[in-house]
Design a binder for this molecule. Structure first.
Ligand SMILES: *Cc1c(COP(=O)(O)O)cnc(C)c1O
Length: 436
C-alpha cells in the first residue's frame, strides 16, 4: 500500500519511505492512500480473538501487502508481550490500563512496533539509521527502550531541560549504547522544531539516513488501534463505549478514530486536555490557534501545537463540522486533576496518574450530561512515574513502584546540553558517523 501527504494527495510513497522519511517534503503528514478494511469475517468473531490475533489482523490490513504474514506476526508477538487490561471502576466507567509495558506508558505500544518495523525495513541497508525523537516526557523513554540494542539503528532524544519528571529523565538518559540524550535549553515545542528542521535539512539528509520517531510517524499510529478494539471486546456485549483520551499530540486519539473506521462501534470520542487546550477550544467552535505550551501536572500533554491535528482533520475529509460532531473536547485544570486523584483513590481505591486523572474528569463531566453512557478512560501511564504529584495528594507509600522503574534511581544520567538553536543541533548531527 502507498501513503499520501495530508498536504498533497497526489504525492504517493511506498511504506518504507513513509516510515523512514517520517515527514513528507511538503511538511504534511503521511496517511494511508486508502483506509484499509478488515477481512469480512473479522467483526463476526472479534470478541473471541486474542489481543495478539486482533493486532495481527489490524496490522495486516495496513501492512499486509508489504510485509509477509509470518514476519508481521512475529513483529506483533514481540511487541505485545504484555496486556492492556480493562478495569471497572463502576458498571459504567472503565479504566483501560495502557501502562503494562517496559516503560509504564502507552507509548511502549507504538514505539516497540515502530522499532521492529524499521529494523525489518532496513535489514539490508548499508547506512546506519539515525532516529530523532523530541519528547515532552514519555515518548523518549518508550522510544529509547524500544530501540535499545537494535542493530543498525542509533537514537537521539531531545528533551526540554527541567520540564520532565526525575524518573522520566532517568529513563531517557541511562540506557547508553545506541541511545544519546540531548538536554535542550527550551520547551518541548523547541525540541520539536529542532527535529523538524533537521529532517528538512537537505545537507544533513545527503549524509545521514535520518528519521523521526515521535507521534508523527505513521507506524506509531497503527499499533495504537489494537488496544481500542481489544478494550471494547472486554465490555459487556453490545456496549458502545465513549472513548475518553487524554490528549497532547493527538496520536492516540487519531488511532481511536482509525479503529472506528475499521468498524469498531464507538458512541463518542472525548479529547481530554489540560490547560494546553488548543483542541478543546477548536472543537467548541473557535478557530484552530496553536500557541506556546504551558507546564502542567500532566506534562506529557503540554503541547501547544498538536502535531497530528492535520491527520485527524484529513480523516474527516477536512470537514470541520463532521470532526466537531464526532469528537468532544474537555479542558481540565491542575486543581481538578489533583481533586480527581483524591476522589478516585477514596471512592474506588484506585490510583490514577495525572494524565488518566484528566481523562477521568472529562468522563465524569460527560456522564453528568449523559447518565446512560459507558466510558472507557485511557490510562496512559502508571502513577508511580509521577511521585511528586501523587504524594502531594495522597499519603506517601500508596503507590507501589514497579521494579523496572525502581532500579533506574541508582543509574547515572548521561545527557549532552544543547541550545534551542537549529544551527547548533545541525552541526552536532553533522559530526556523527554515517555508516553501520
Ligand atoms: C504522550 C502522552 C499522552 C498524549 O498522547 P498523544 O498521542 O500525544 O495525544 C498522554 N499521556 C501520556 C502519559 C503520554 O505519555
Amino acid at each position: 500500500m502507498n501513503f499520501i501527504s495530508t498536504n498533497n494527495p497526489a504525492r504517493r510513497v511506498p511504506l518504507k519511505e513513509a516510515v523512514l522519511s517520517s515527514l513528507p517534503p511538503d511538511n504534511g503528514l503521511y496517511m494511508p492512500e486508502r483506509l484499509p478494511v478488515l477481512e469480512p469475517d473479522f467483526w463476526q468473531d472479534w470478541r473471541d480473538l486474542t489481543f495478539q490475533e486482533i493486532a495481527f489482523r489490524v496490522a495486516q490490513a495496513f501492512f499486509g501487502e508489504d510485509i509477509p504474514a509470518a514476519a508481521l506476526r512475529s513483529i506483533v508477538d514481540e511487541v505485545l508481550t504484555f496486556d492492556a487490561p480493562l478495569v471497572p471502576l463502576t458498571g459504567q466507567q472503565y479504566i483501560l490500563e495502557l501502562f503494562h509495558g517496559p516503560t509504564l506508558a502507552f507509548k511502549d505500544f507504538g514505539a516497540r512496533f515502530m522499532a521492529r518495523l524499521m529494523g525489518w525495513l532496513t535489514r539490508d541497508d548499508a547506512k546506519l539509521l539515525t532516529v530523532l525523537v523530541a519528547t515532552s516526557g514519555d515518548t523518549g523513554g518508550a522510544v529509547a527502550h524500544a530501540f535499545h540494542d537494535v542493530p543498525g539503528i542509533r537514537v537521539v532524544i531531545l528533551y526540554p531541560q527541567g520540564k520532565v519528571s526525575g524518573l522520566q529523565e532517568k529513563q531517557l538518559t541511562t540506557l547508553g549504547g545506541n541511545i544519546t540524550a540531548l538536554e535542550v535549553d527550551g520547551t518541548f515545542d523547541d525540541c520539536q522544531r529542532l527535529v523538524k528542521a533537521a529532517l528538512l535539512d537537505t545537507g544533513l539528509a545527503g549524509r545521514l539516513q535520518l528519521t523521526s520517531a515521535n507521534s508523527i510517524n505513521i507506524s506509531r499510529l497503527v499499533p495504537q488501534i489494537f488496544y481500542y478494539i481489544h478494550s471494547a471486546r472486554q465490555l459487556p456485549a453490545g456496549t458502545e463505549p465513549v472513548m475518553v483520551v487524554p490528549s497532547g499530540n493527538l496520536g492516540n486519539l487519531t488511532a481511536g478514530l482509525l479503529a472506528e473506521r475499521l468498524g469498531l462501534k464507538v458512541r463518542q470520542f472525548i479529547a481530554a486536555n489540560n490547560r494546553n487546550d488548543v483542541l478543546t477550544q477548536y472543537l467548541a467552535g473557535h478557530p484552530y490557534e496553536p500557541r506556546p505550551s504551558e507546564v502542567t501536572l500532566s506534562n506529557a500533554m503540554d503541547v501547544g501545537a498538536p502535531s497530528n491535528f492535520a491527520r485527524m482533520l484529513a480523516l474527516f475529509g477536512n470537514d470541520q463540522q463532521a470532526m466537531r460532531r464526532r469528537v468532544s473536547g474537555c479542558m481540565v485544570s491542575d486543581e481538578q486533576t489533583r481533586a480527581a486523584i483524591l476522589e478516585v483513590a477514596n471512592a474506588h481505591d484506585y490510583i490514577l496518574d495525572p494524565h488518566g486523572a484528566v481523562g477521568w474528569c472529562a468522563a465524569k463531566q460527560w456522564q453528568l450530561k449523559h447518565p446512560e453512557a459507558t466510558t472507557v478512560i485511557l490510562e496512559t501511564a502508571h502513577p508511580s512515574k509521577f511521585p511528586e504529584v501523587i504524594e502531594s495528594v495522597l499519603d506517601s507509600g500508596r503507590v507501589v513502584i514497579p521494579e523496572r522503574l525502581a532500579c533506574l534511581a541508582n543509574k547515572e544520567k548521561h545527557a549532552i546540553p544543547m541550545p534551542a538553536d537549529e544551527a547548533a543541533f545541525s552541526a552536532w548531527l553533522g559530526q556523527l558517523p554515517a555508516t553501520k
